[in-house]
Ligand binder design. Structure first.
Ligand SMILES: [Zn+2]
Length: 298
């Protein structure tokens, strides 16, 4: 038997231009949310953003990565997740304790909430970015309004989270040529989203994708593609940590070294990985920079 969780499952309706993706994150989610200081409300946001990011990665089929970025001036400062076309995922959230964490996007009114969806090429260059105000009575509604209005792609999203795992279901009407096919697709999409809205959280989290599709759409002919594995994988490295210290500059790095005593440690927010540098390392990283600069100048 193949594993169903920590995989992307794409499916198509055979008789209409309607497609979908199911994702259930268990081990991947637990590694993303490894920090034990995330408040419950922050975890709920991060779980939905992680599930959404995986769904979009399954939907757009780009050679690169997809990321979702949520920012606001409320106590929920930032929620971020990314998923590569190879299925490598990571995510992080930042929050403040000065105020209650908002429960839904509409609680962010006046806090300049922004939701951004970015597609990056494999070489790390941005391919495309969409940005909308974060509003609505749920994160799913905020994404739906984005796709429906900005992309003219009728899209429905459903999320579930129980602390240990998170799951998502995406339905989308794919653009067709028009005429009768367009009407048929729209009717099938409306039917599919009405049926999908009946899914219970524990079903989306715990049933296999086969069972979910049978439970929701047993009257339709669907094609379920091969599952694509998803895993937690950070992209941090010692070189990237050096890049961060170089961007901070020699004076501030020296000040951090003086303050801490013997070493400066860069901690990765995503995986808690630690990269530690002593005075000699720091001297080398900045003298190396000077040499590079000298080479560039001449
Ligand atoms: Zn890391």
């Amino acid at each position: 038997m193949t594993q169903d969780h920590d995989c992307l499952h794409r499916f198509f309706f055979e008789d209409a231009n309607v497609r979908g993706v199911i994702v259930q994150l268990r081990d991947t989610w637990q590694q993303i949310a490894h920090r034990d200081d995330y408040p419950t409300e922050v975890r709920q946001w991060l779980a939905q953003v992680a599930a959404a990011t995986a769904l979009f990665a399954g939907d757009v089929k780009v050679d690169g990565s997809v990321s979702v970025h949520l920012k606001s001036a409320s106590a929920l400062r930032l929620v971020f997740a990314e998923c590569s076309s190879q299925g490598d995922m990571r995510g992080v959230a930042r929050w403040d304790t000065f105020d209650a964490i908002p429960a839904v996007p509409d609680d962010l009114r006046g806090a300049a909430g922004i939701l951004a969806l970015t597609v990056m090429r494999a070489n790390g260059e941005p391919k495309w970015q969409g940005m909308v105000p974060l509003e609505g009575n749920s994160l799913a509604a905020a994404f739906e309004s984005y796709f429906n209005r900005s992309e003219q792609l009728p899209t429905s999203l459903f999320f579930a989270f129980d602390g240990k795992s998170c799951a998502g279901l995406l339905l989308q009407e794919v653009p067709a040529e028009g005429g009768i096919a367009r009407e048929r697709d729209a009717a099938m999409y409306e039917y599919a989203r009405t049926m999908a809205a009946t899914i219970e959280s524990d079903e989306l989290l715990n049933l296999s994708p086969h069972e979910i599709l049978r439970r929701l759409f047993h009257e339709e002919t669907l094609r379920l593609l091969d599952a694509q594995p998803i895993r937690f994988q950070c992209r941090c490295s010692r070189d990237r940590a050096i890049g961060i210290l170089r961007s901070i500059g020699p004076e501030e790095t020296a000040a951090a070294l003086a303050e801490s005593g013997e070493r400066v440690t860069v901690t990765c927010e995503f995986c808690n990985g630690q990269y530690s540098f002593d005075a000699i390392d720091i001297q080398q990283m900045f003298s190396g920079l000077d040499q590079d600069a000298a080479v560039t100048r001449h």
